[in-house]
Ligand binder design. Structure first.
Ligand code: ZN
Ligand code: ZN
Length: 260
């Protein structure tokens, strides 16, 4: 049984054929998926999808790339987090890849937005789903400054030093289909170093379909291909990777496990 710790079922490529996507999950033994929110405007749809099926969960947050959308206030995030099946805050973080002509100083709004999410995570005791691209130093520095937060660095593509720093702060590292790409040897090297009890797997679907589906529309049913690659790197069985990553997911997103 696999868990897809990061997917975007609310995006039209997937939401337009949700029954088919869910049936494929079943066939592929993917028994849970976390539906990630990227704007406040989108939250209602993300949440409705998570409510529609026992296997699905949701987050509340505004992606650092999204401009011209409603800026999240702390109260917006706290209110979203109250909803049933909302188990995390994000995706949030920093992304300087698309800064274009702007300087890092011009991206202060992203850092403010990130801090707002960290405050929400602390107040709700929910984990952060962190997106970082071309901005790892600032991402780590802000997390350090803010202190006391837990979560996952999703779709990890950074160096071993960044992985080490994230692990030292108690964060999990999530690997996507990129791990299966032919030119991703550096990332596979990083994955070899991340202890299994801190690894998660994800699709980030509809993007980044793993080999052999590279370039096609991705979906949660493909997460076993990420598990298979990770198993190969770790010298483990796919079943063992499925078990550990499921346990890690349930530990981090503990609202997914009912208290008994
Ligand atoms: Zn992301
Ligand atoms: Zn995402």
């Amino acid at each position: 049984m696999f868990v897809d710790s990061h997917c975007h079922l609310s995006f039209p490529e997937l939401s337009s054929r949700l029954p088919e996507v869910l049936a494929a999950m079943q066939t592929a033994q993917v028994h849970q998926a976390l539906c990630i929110c990227t704007t406040l405007e989108e939250f209602e749809t993300v949440h409705a999808i998570a409510q529609s099926d026992d296997r699905l969960w949701a987050t509340i947050g505004v992606h650092p790339d999204n401009e011209g959308v409603r800026e999240p206030e702390l109260d917006d995030l706290l209110a979203g987090a109250q909803h049933p099946r909302v188990v995390g805050i994000g995706e949030t973080g920093l992304d300087y890849y698309r800064q274009g002509e702007r300087t890092v100083a011009d991206m202060a709004w992203q850092r403010e937005r990130f801090r707002t999410h960290i405050h929400a995570a602390r107040q709700t005791d929910l984990p952060l789903v962190i997106h970082t691209r071309s901005a790892s130093a600032d991402t780590l520095a802000i997390l350090k400054e803010e202190g006391e937060a837990r979560g996952v660095f999703h779709c990890f593509t950074e160096t071993r030093e960044v992985a080490r720093a994230a692990l030292d702060m108690g964060f999990y590292i999530s690997f996507s289909g990129i791990l299966t790409f032919r030119n991703a040897e550096d990332l596979r090297e990083v994955a070899r170093l991340v202890p299994m009890d801190r690894c998660l797997i994800e699709t980030d679907s509809p993007y980044l379909a793993p080999v052999p589906y590279r370039g096609k529309t991705n979906s949660p049913a493909y997460v076993p291909h990420v598990a298979r690659q990770l198993a190969e790197l770790k010298g483990l069985s796919v079943e063992a990777v499925a078990d550990v990553t499921t346990r890690n997911f349930e530990q981090l997103f503990s609202k997914t496990t009912p208290l008994v």
